[in-house]
Write a protein that binds this ligand. Structure first.
Ligand SMILES: [Zn+2]
Ligand SMILES: [Zn+2]
Length: 255
């Protein structure tokens, strides 16, 4: 599997894009930005958006991406996958014909640009030969972490936004996870805010990583607030965990 990092930051600033990870050119994990990073033809290759939760920093690219499809008059359907309560929130609050058009009816209900597909923790979803496993995370709103397993059984895992959790790490241990993308939003000095908002600091990340029975060979940190990036980098380095690094926008990872 190839992961192209369109954005890996916890806030938007010049040079720092919001979270979006493109898997094998067709599955987008979170959609903080799409049109900023991908050409027209690259955008049309996206078939699925796997959404961790409904917070704006993770969905911001979707409305404009759908608009791009309409502008180009493309016959293209994108399936938005997430937990049912996340999809209900998005439908009710974004694609409601007020904030943005209801693209599940455009150009028509039979062949719309946007489809919703609910995933749950007990049944993996099969998409284009990949198996997607979901688990509930610990965040301020309903949120899911995902494990995508390829045909060769190699897997990648993505936490999205989360505070300390248990079930996800148990699920990760059941798969051959070669690459883990895990959030660390705040420096250690802001652990109170991290706890309140359902996020991690470097020292909290250490506890989470130790919950895994088998350590993935690649641990990539996302969602760091750019305002604190140099402190977070130092604190991650001080953990002295092998094969851990902070993700950069534009990076391509091969698993
Ligand atoms: Zn969030
Ligand atoms: Zn976020």
């Amino acid at each position: 599997m190839k992961i192209r990092v369109l954005g890996a930051s916890g806030s938007e600033m010049p040079g720092y894009n919001l979270p979006a990870f493109l898997v094998d050119d067709k599955i987008l994990m979170d959609a903080g930005n799409i049109g900023f990073s991908l050409s027209d033809s690259e955008q049309w290759r996206i078939k699925y958006i796997l959404l961790t939760h409904a917070h704006l920093d993770h969905i911001k690219g979707i409305p404009f991406f759908l608009d791009n499809i309409i502008i180009k008059n493309k016959n293209h359907t994108v399936t938005l996958i997430s937990g049912r309560e996340v999809l209900v929130d998005i439908k009710k609050n974004v694609f409601n014909d007020r904030i943005w058009p209801d693209f599940t009816k455009i150009p028509n209900i039979k062949e719309p640009i946007l489809r919703f597909k609910a995933i749950n923790r007990s049944h993996p979803l099969n998409i284009d030969g990949y198996k997607v496993f979901a688990e509930k995370m610990n965040h301020a709103v309903p949120a899911y972490g995902y494990i995508i397993e390829g045909k060769d059984r190699k897997a990648i895992a993505y936490t999205g936004d989360t505070g300390p959790t248990e079930l996800f790490w148990r699920k990760v241990s059941l798969h051959d996870v070669r690459c883990l993308i895990v959030e660390t939003s705040f420096p250690n000095s802001m652990s109170e805010l991290a706890a309140k908002s359902g996020h991690l600091t470097a020292s909290l990340l250490r506890n989470e990583i130790l919950k895994m029975i088998k350590m993935p060979p690649m641990i990539l940190v996302s969602h760091a607030k750019p305002q604190y990036i140099s402190i977070i980098k130092k604190e991650i380095k001080a953990l002295r965990i092998r094969n851990i690094e902070i993700l950069r926008d534009g990076q391509i990872i091969t698993v």
